[in-house]
Design a protein around this ligand. Structure first.
Ligand code: NAD
Length: 273
């Protein structure tokens, strides 16, 4: 069994990252490529995805891009055929693409609730279903694998203005736990874990700060940021995309081969406090 740095290598593996055109997804794609994986980058925004892929190719990475909407089943079918043609392998799936909709319970609508579940929950269900079918023994690829589903600390604790987003991320965590146990019991060789970032410095992270203002918790985003840093995040800073990418590497690599059904927080101690 591999140990130490060797256990963190993704050499010879094929990884799929959804929402790879920005933020956490782009950082994880870079991190997986650095660790030796061939990486399939997918995003609904073709231009952003191509830009990240071009940068990775320049650094010598083996990458492939596909424009996909993670909430559409037909797009997952297309991804599976593309992977078969590209490398004939699939070892890691990072279900990262997602959206944020804030607001108080009183202001949220059933349309918003439906939309956030259609994207954040359906994508994780579809991705997990397609990946497990392809990775399990007798599947198209059949080498087993690791599935990492992006939840959030909002899927674990209550935060004002986060109810429908938190509900979608709670569903991601619960679904991941059930899938992990089912796949382990059925001998699929497919691990499933959920990753729970705290506030991360991305476009979405800044939407969250704005939401603190919109629901009346802070007069402006600078105050919201200070409140979070000084009172809620024991480490005293926002998370970086690299903080999340390194945790996603652990869950993808053989270093975590005995880890399934877990909820890994990357939050500077937010949930523990
Ligand atoms: N940033 C944070 O503070 C934070 C905290 C906890 C969890 N998360 C979760 O991490 C993940 C990534 O967050 P981020 O901050 O990098 O977000 P981001 O908004 O910066 O980037 C999200 C990417 O996903 C893509 N995307 C959105 N909808 C899509 C769809 N239907 N199909 C395919 N691609 C789609 C976007 O084009 C974009 O490139 C999300 O699931 C988010 O909920 C983020």
């Amino acid at each position: 069994m591999k140990m130490g740095l060797d256990a963190f290598s993704l050499a010879g593996k094929v990884a799929v990252v959804t929402g790879a055109g920005a933020g956490i997804g782009a950082a994880v794609a870079r991190c997986y490529a650095d660790a030796g994986a061939a990486v399939a980058l997918t995003d609904i925004d073709a231009q952003r995805c191509e830009a990240v892929a071009a940068e990775l190719r320049e650094g010598g990475a083996v990458v492939f891009t596909l424009t996909m909407d993670v909430s559409r089943e037909s797009d997952w079918e297309q991804l599976c055929s593309a992977l078969e043609d590209w490398k004939g392998r699939w070892d890691v799936l990072l279900n990262n693409a997602g959206i944020y909709i804030g607001g108080s319970v009183g202001s949220n609508t059933t349309e918003q609730l439906q939309r956030i579940h259609d994207i954040n929950v359906a994508s994780v269900f579809l991705g997990t279903r397609f990946a497990a079918a392809a990775m399990k023994p007798g599947g198209t690829f059949g080498h087993g694998g690791s599935i990492i589903n992006l939840s959030s600390i909002a899927g674990l604790i209550g935060v004002p203005g986060h109810s429908i987003y938190g509900a979608s991320k709670g569903a991601v965590a619960s679904f991941s736990r059930h899938a992990a146990v089912e796949f382990a019991r059925f001998g699929y060789g497919v691990r499933v874990n959920s990753l729970h970032p705290g506030l991360i410095d991305t476009a979405m992270g800044h939407m969250v700060l704005q939401d603190f203002v919109d629901v009346g918790l802070a007069p402006d985003t600078d105050t919201a940021l200070s409140m979070l840093r000084d009172q809620m995040i024991p480490c005293g800073r926002l998370g970086t995309v690299e903080d999340v990418a390194n945790a996603a590497l652990f869950l993808a690599a053989d270093a975590s081969s005995y880890v399934t059904g877990t909820e890994l927080t990357v939050d500077g101690g937010f949930v523990a406090a």
